[in-house]
Write a protein that binds this ligand. Structure first.
Ligand SMILES: Cc1cc2nc3c(=O)[nH]c(=O)nc-3n(C[C@H](O)[C@H](O)[C@H](O)COP(=O)(O)O)c2cc1C
Length: 280
């Protein structure tokens, strides 16, 4: 993403070179894809590169992994099985590319070497007390840091956060690449079998990639709770004040956009249903 004006949209690829605020503001869960327009592998790589650079606990780098499936390069039986495992949500079959974001609990084995690496490269410093001995004596013995030393539920929860951070970046990167994208839920165990995933790994969520068949606005920004319901200042329950001037600034920058439903959304949905032979 750039901080300057966005490059002109290309007819073939949609918007590219969005500002960060535009990428956040334009992202929607796209549920109708052009089934005939493949996704360039370079774009998929860029989505994965963005995910790879997201922050992670102790830089334990091997927890969040992904399997990319290109519909047109996968045998039909496997692809049909994957779509079925996503409860046959129609968008799954329409999207030419799927990313199966995964949590690999064995990645925690890398915690100590990853921390040592952070010391070696000067990210964690001795001025803050970091040393191999500190890692052994304190970090590895404290379940809040070394999650495998404690409650398994917390460990899984934190691992899901790791993969969630990657997915959040991947959604924005896809938007930045001019793609339509969405997360879908599926039957984790079945997908794991179909993709040959080892024990210790669980599918977190499936990201669809393709080009939207619906308008990019997809009917407007989706409902959210009020800012004040979500965020507190100083103390739980004390609503944080939302400054209208900041809202106006974000509207100008393209981050806060017109809320759903936009005019003609019903007609658009009807047209999409007819196009894909789906009920309205
Ligand atoms: C973890 C997760 C799972 C989701 N699973 C599905 C799904 O199975 N099917 C679907 O249509 N949308 C799914 N979504 C999309 C949400 O419904 C969507 O994000 C929400 O309605 C807000 O819309 P927006 O993403 O356009 O802002 C999922 C989103 C997340 C974060």
């Amino acid at each position: 993403m750039t901080t300057t004006q966005p490059a002109p949209a290309s007819a073939a690829t949609g918007h590219t070179g969005l500002t960060f605020k535009q990428a956040v503001g334009r992202r929607r869960s796209i549920r109708f894809f052009k089934p005939y327009q493949p996704v360039d592998k370079g774009k998929v790589q860029k989505v994965l590169e963005a995910a790879r650079l997201q922050s992670q606990h102790g830089n334990a780098v091997l927890i969040r992994k992904a399997v990319v499936v290109y519909r047109d390069e996968t045998d039909q039986e496997t692809f049909a099985g994957l779509c079925e495992a996503m409860y046959n949500q129609p968008a799954a079959a329409q999207a030419p590319c799927h990313i199966y974001w995964t949590i690999d609990m064995s990645g925690w084995d890398e915690l100590k070497p990853s921390l040592l690496k952070l010391i070696e490269v000067g990210a964690l410093t001795s001025s803050y007390g970091w040393s191999e001995q500190f890692i052994d004596d304190i970090v590895m013995k404290t379940p809040d840091f070394n999650v495998l030393a404690g409650d398994r539920t917390f460990a899984e929860w934190l691992s899901a956060i790791e993969t969630g951070l990657a997915m959040g970046a991947a959604l924005l990167a896809a938007q930045d690449e001019g793609l339509g994208t969405a997360l879908l839920t599926g039957q984790r165990a079945r997908i794991g079998e179909l993709l040959g995933m080892p024990e210790n790994t669980t599918v977190a969520q499936i990201q669809l990639l393709g080009y939207p068949a619906e308008g990019e606005e997809a009917g407007g920004q989706r409902p959210r709770p009020d800012f004040e319901q979500l965020y507190f200042e100083g103390r739980w329950g004390n609503p944080m004040r939302r400054d209208p001037a900041v809202v106006a600034e974000l509207e100008d920058a393209g981050m806060i956009q017109a809320a759903a439903p936009l005019a003609h959304r019903r007609q658009e949905i009807r047209a999409m249903a007819a196009m894909f032979g789906l009920p309205e």
